[in-house]
Design a protein. Structure first.
Length: 624
């Protein structure tokens, strides 16, 4: 089959393959090679509108990245994209019904997208819009400029709808008073601390106790069962040596990339915008501006005086550097006719009438053939090898089924047979760090029946088959290896028991009427008092404060309670006073903020109810 593939890489077939490779390179880069079909394949349909597989995949990747950013130390392999697809699809469906409701109610975008893009910090370098950074960021997110602009428009319309609903929220005076009574409540309390650390240093653990604990809790000290597997893995890199790559193919792609880079240029543009008036007075004003320009007056000064694009007027009409497609079609066509320093004639768009000036023009950096050829060659080899991968996967399935050993399978496929390091169910390194591999290795067919696993897909272009090589049973660790661990456990237990006993004795004294201050002084312990403490005070120990606000209000006597801090210290607390918050005592600014909070909470509840109604009434068909 491979020979047939090579033989057919001539004439029309070769031209088609080159075209398939060149077009994504020129527009989106190499990532586009792996998106075929998903751009139009339907993942869901909402009231007749399609949500594509590509849109779903982009949203899944974004959700995964947000999870990884939120939890810095999480293993990326634990965030399964397949498990994210269903909840992400439900989110996209909700967004779609809201977008449709917004459009039905006449909502739209009243600002041009290019003006919004100019203000995005992620697209700027030194405070200026940077075309190359803009394209790079979009590629990292998996978008083209067109698809990103569409997404931006959708988000703006959806946010407009949400803000419209939020604006309907309101609150009553009684609601604000009730909320103030809770949020502005203050509490007075005393507490003392019995530290654990000094107590740990005084505790001696008998050897007999260590041995007794070891005997009674041997399950805690067993090392888990571990496996060693042999495996055959296939990736495109496994077959690049089998691929016959013609130099002409490399040359054509390199030429296309150079041409695409050369065609990208950015232009520095300024404009004067006038809104169209029914009495055509805007034309008179435009003629006045043009006369002043002919007389030598500054375009920037005239923009500050006349332009009705208030977002750019103060900057002399400066739109920054833009690329083809960023401006409305009529403005782009007029700009194409200008040399640097020239001003266009009257140009009409849906925003009004414009005069535009080309301030500067920058050509894109064009890489040399020597710079491009190694990466292009690697990309083409990868792509051609990727075409071969499905064939090799089928061979792997056939060869590994009921195979006594994977060595013969590896030899037939011409790839190395690899052996893992020992790994358990909870930990592993290298290939065994992947949960798919661990799950397959500990499955009944592999572990108990001695069979080879099914072909495991670790990525779109990475598969493997594994077979058990060695089973290392769980073993009881010697007492000498875990002695220090047991001693630490017992010290902590003894210290906690002693702290609890001592704390209970002090609590009884507090309940009998002794103050925290007197008890602390007699016992030579640290004590603190916290007066007029609010629920969200930032200068208090949060664990103690939270417990205090969970305690019942005191009557004629203080309420006594205790807690163990995260560091093991014992804390005895005496709550002596609770004062409800008073809305009337708040400043006008605080009252307004509290009222707005209640209104926003009500609006959020109303919006969620409205969204549920839209979803219930929507005609939704989804694959997930």
């Amino acid at each position: 089959m491979l020979q047939n593939f090579r033989d057919n890489l001539h004439g029309a077939t070769k031209g088609v393959l080159i075209a398939i490779i060149i077009v994504p390179f020129a527009l989106f880069g190499v990532d586009a090679l792996f998106m075929s079909g998903s751009a139009v394949e339907e993942a869901a349909n909402v009231n007749g509108e399609t949500i594509t597989e590509l849109r779903l995949q982009q949203a899944v990747v974004l959700q995964k990245q947000q999870i990884l950013n939120r939890y810095e130390n999480i293993d990326p392999t634990l965030v399964d994209e397949d498990q994210l697809r269903s909840p992400v699809m439900q989110q996209l469906i909700r967004q779609k019904v809201v977008e449709q409701a917004a459009v039905d109610q006449g909502m739209g975008v009243d600002k041009t997208l290019y003006r919004i893009l100019l203000e995005v910090p992620d697209f700027q370098t030194d405070g200026k819009f940077d075309t190359e950074r803009y394209e790079f960021v979009l590629r990292q997110m998996g978008y083209s400029p067109t698809s990103y602009n569409k997404l931006l428009t959708t988000d703006m319309v959806t946010n407009q709808f949400m803000q419209g609903v939020a604006a309907t929220g309101f609150s009553t005076l009684q609601e604000s008073k009730l909320l103030a009574g809770i949020t502005e409540q203050t509490r007075d309390y005393y507490y003392l601390t019995i530290p654990r650390a000094p107590l740990l240093d005084t505790i001696e653990v008998a050897e007999a106790d260590i041995e007794s604990y070891y005997t009674a809790n041997q399950d805690e000290f067993r090392s888990e069962e571990k496996l060693v597997v042999e495996y055959v893995e296939l990736t495109p890199a496994s077959f690049t040596e089998e691929v016959d790559l013609e130099q002409s193919m490399v040359d054509e792609v390199v030429d296309a990339k150079i041409a695409a880079a050369a065609s990208r240029r950015s232009r520095h543009v300024a404009q004067i915008l006038l809104e169209v008036q029914d009495d055509d007075s805007h034309l008179e004003k435009l003629a006045e501006i043009q006369k002043k320009l002919e007389a030598g007056e500054s375009f920037a000064d005239l923009a500050r005086e006349y332009s009705e694009d208030y977002g750019t007027a103060e900057q002399g009409g400066d739109l920054g550097y833009i690329q083809a497609g960023d401006l409305p079609e009529s403005l782009g066509a007029a700009l194409d006719q200008l040399a640097v320093g020239e001003v266009s004639g009257l140009v009409e768009s849906e925003l009004g009438v414009h005069l535009i000036k080309l301030l500067d023009e920058k050509s894109a950096d064009v890489p040399s053939r020597e710079q491009l050829e190694p990466s292009v060659r690697q990309e083409l080899l990868h792509q051609l090898a990727l075409e071969l991968l499905p064939v090799r996967i089928e061979e792997l399935k056939d060869l590994s089924y009921n195979a006594d050993s994977l060595e013969s399978v590896a030899n037939r496929l011409g790839v190395p047979l690899k052996v893992s390091q020992p790994f358990g169910r909870r930990e592993g390194a290298g290939i065994s760090s992947n949960p798919v591999v661990v799950q397959a290795a500990f499955s009944q067919p592999v572990l108990d029946d001695g069979l080879a696993s099914e072909v495991l897909e670790l990525a779109d272009d990475h598969v493997l088959v594994l077979k058990l090589k060695e089973r290392i049973p769980e073993t009881l660790q010697p007492l000498a290896d875990v002695r220090d661990q047991i001693e630490t456990i017992l010290k902590a237990q003894y210290a906690s028991r002693e702290l609890q006993q001592r704390g209970e004795a002090l609590a009884e004294r507090a309940r009998a009427g002794e103050s925290i201050e007197d008890i602390a002084k007699q016992e030579e312990l640290e004590w603190q008092v916290s007066l007029d403490t609010k629920r969200f005070s930032g200068n208090q120990v949060s664990q103690i404060r939270d417990r205090v606000f969970d305690m019942s209000e005191p009557g004629s006597k203080p309420v006594i309670d205790n807690l163990i801090l995260n560091n093991g210290d014992y804390v005895l607390v005496s709550l002596v006073k609770v004062q409800e918050g008073d809305f009337s005592q708040l400043s006008s600014e605080q009252q307004n903020l509290l009222t707005a909070t209640v209104a926003l909470t009500n609006a959020s509840r109303d919006y969620q109810a409205y969204e549920r109604i839209l979803l219930e009434q929507a005609d939704v068909a989804s694959k997930y």
